[in-house]
Design a protein around this ligand. Structure first.
Ligand SMILES: [Zn+2]
Length: 269
């Protein structure tokens, strides 16, 4: 499943490939049945609009046009690719550009989303989202204040999108390992030092993943978007019952909020 670093990688790849302000000639909805029905009005409304910018908020890709904003969420298996002439099975949306290229959304499992608003109109799915993990708003002061009196397990806390967006299971597991904090620890019990360390590790882990993804942008272009995702190297994620890379104790797995949470009984308190 694409996590924040993959979506950021796709965003950067699209920015690079699309170049400066391409104009949308038309949009074709081949199949509106994604996670939510794709509004057919797109086809008639969004014509002759420049793509002014490609942005990302949480795991949403955002195409900023002159009069509209398009929102894309990749769900489980969504990809975008840019080609001149091709159509594959599971292609659902085609954005035809005036320069002859075609920006195509493909999604075999159809959990993705494609919606739009008029410019300056609120997009309800972005309401109540916490700050971006790599932004300055996600700081020690911010997390420390919000963590006080919270009984919830620290792992569930940092995965709460209202607290901070984009810390998926992988990044929560890895950041907690690097910070020496057990995933089950009550949030209110983390110390100032741990909170500081946790913030740093969340940011570092995500940055590393984005940088690794960044190096595959050229593959992403060649492969026409079916990659763009990258192989991560994890310390503990997916390595339950393996020896800890630091202390050699055997890693354990605890299910928290329905998600597997690998941790080291030697290193994490
Ligand atoms: Zn260990």
């Amino acid at each position: 499943m694409p996590e924040l670093p993959e979506v950021e990688t796709v965003k950067r790849g699209l920015e690079e490939i699309l170049g400066a302000n391409p104009v949308i000639k038309s949009i074709k909805v081949l199949n509106p049945k994604l996670r939510f029905p794709v509004p057919k009005a797109l086809q008639t409304k969004v014509k002759n609009q420049k793509i002014l910018a490609v942005k990302r908020r949480a795991k949403y890709l955002i195409f900023e046009l002159k009069d509209f904003i398009l929102y894309s969420h990749l769900g489980m298996t969504g990809t975008w690719r840019v080609f001149e002439n091709d159509r594959k099975k599971h292609d659902h949306i085609e954005i035809i550009l005036k320069d002859g290229r075609k920006l195509t959304y493909c999604d075999p499992r159809k959990f993705g989303l494609f919606e739009y608003t008029k410019k300056d109109e609120d997009y309800h799915r972005l309401d109540h989202l916490g700050p971006e993990p790599l932004g300055t708003e996600f700081s020690f002061d911010y997390l420390w204040q919000r963590s006080r009196k919270k009984e919830v397990a620290i792992k569930n806390f940092i995965m709460d999108q209202k607290i901070v967006v984009g810390v998926g299971n992988i990044y929560a597991v890895e950041s907690l390992f690097l910070s020496g904090i057990r995933p089950t620890r009550k949030t209110k019990n983390i110390t100032k030092k741990e909170c500081e360390f946790l913030i740093k590790n969340i940011k570092d882990t995500l940055k590393k993943a984005i940088n690794a993804g960044g190096s595959t942008i050229s593959d992403f272009k060649q492969a026409g978007g079916d990659s763009g995702y990258f192989q991560h190297r994890f310390n503990v994620y997916g390595k339950s019952e393996h020896p800890c890379p630091r202390c050699k104790n055997f890693l354990k797995n605890t299910v928290l909020g329905g998600r597997s949470s690998v941790w080291c009984p030697g290193c994490q308190k």
